[in-house]
Design a protein around this ligand. Structure first.
Ligand SMILES: C[S@@+](CC[C@H](N)C(=O)[O-])C[C@H]1O[C@@H](n2cnc3c(N)ncnc32)[C@H](O)[C@@H]1O
Length: 328
């Protein structure tokens, strides 16, 4: 009983300290979502000294989060370069496929969890921009010869328009990854429609029913309690909202599987050492991929979390799978 109370108090304190927003002007506190109900729900899976895996190692659950944090803190500066080197640039195509499958429309609100250096959010904003451009062209074609009345109405509508709300939120537990992402966004000239939030996928600092789309790309295998992260995805999505996850998966072709294994275990840690000076983090990466449930099992987990129309598509022979489901 005393232990439960202690855990509860610790969880509330952690909620308070984690709810830190990284805004355009730097880091500021600003969350209003420290909810007791959420804390209570999390208590249900707290159980003293439970163990889990960190790559091929068995560690205490509490240790895993710290170790994962360390990995991404270590690799943050070289994360993007390493992604290109390890995947020979193919991760860009996987992310493009995600965006095309999502096909977001202007006005959509995206939450990209474990969003790291912002690749999904940047693509999302680009995609929306191109959709808006298409709509403008279509409207212009339809209004080839507008009357003065139509021109004046359109002008006053534009003048009176509310400032655009931010439409993509990148949420990640690791401040270093977000900092690198924010610098990247600044250098790309992306200044609006985007916010960076420090937060845990297992206890998202957002209210219920806030987002149209929830994405998590190459992030969910790092989370200690995957079911809890899926519950949170379900909670923050609006009814009708879509859950989409890109994750490394199982290769079924035996020849491709052999080549992929050799590449993963013999080449990736070496690249990690040469490019990022960090063998261990990249060994963890490879091992964590092998520990993640395969396509079918993960589909069942998504269904168990309450999503509907759940399906997946294999990319590059199942090296990666794109999972999708809807909150109804
Ligand atoms: C492999 S990176 C993926 C980054 C990005 N989504 C991409 O596709 O390039 C995994 C990210 O998950 C984040 N992460 C790990 N555990 C997390 C958690 N419990 N909650 C939120 N983010 C987490 C890490 O900090 C890291 O930025």
């Amino acid at each position: 009983m005393a232990a439960s109370i202690k855990l509860f108090a610790r969880r509330i304190l952690r909620d308070f300290s984690r709810n830190v927003y990284v805004s355009a002007s730097g880091v500021s506190t600003g969350s209003t979502h420290c909810r007791a109900a959420q804390s209570c729900r999390c208590l249900s899976h707290e159980a003293g000294d439970r163990s889990t895996h960190f790559g091929f190692e068995t560690v205490l659950e509490e240790e895993k989060a710290k170790k994962v944090y360390q990995v991404f803190e270590n690799v943050a500066q070289k994360y993007d370069v390493m992604n290109d080197a390890m995947s020979l640039g193919i991760h860009r195509l996987w992310k493009d496929v995600l965006l095309h499958a999502m096909n977001p429309q202007p006005g959509a609100r995206l939450l990209d969890v474990a969003g790291g250096t912002g690749d999904i959010a940047f693509r999302f904003l680009e995609y929306i921009k191109s959709q808006e451009e298409k709509m403008r062209r279509r409207e212009a074609r339809a209004m080839q010869t507008p009357s003065w009345q139509e021109i004046s109405t359109k002008y006053s509508e534009e003048q009176g328009a509310e400032p655009q709300e931010s439409r993509a939120v990148v949420c990640d537990i690791n401040k270093e990854m977000l900092k690198v992402g924010k610098q990247k966004g600044d250098s790309m000239g992306i200044t609006s429609g985007l916010s960076w939030v420090v937060g845990d996928a297992e206890e998202l600092p957002f209210g219920d029913d806030e987002f149209d789309i929830y994405t998590i790309a190459f992030g969910i295998r790092n989370v200690t309690h995957i079911e809890q992260a899926l519950q949170e995805a379900q909670r923050v999505l609006k009814p009708g909202g879509r859950f989409m996850c890109l994750e490394f998966s199982k290769v079924s072709n035996p020849i491709l599987s052999k080549i992929y294994d050799t590449y993963s275990f013999q080449v990736i840690p070496v690249l990690g050492e040469v490019i990022a000076g960090d063998w261990k983090s990249y060994q963890y990466l490879v091992e964590s991929i092998r520990r993640f449930p395969d396509q079918g099992d993960f589909q069942t987990m998504i269904e168990d979390a309450g999503f509907y129309c759940v399906n997946y598509h294999n990319l590059t022979g199942g090296i990666v799978a794109l999972h999708s489901g809807f909150k109804l």
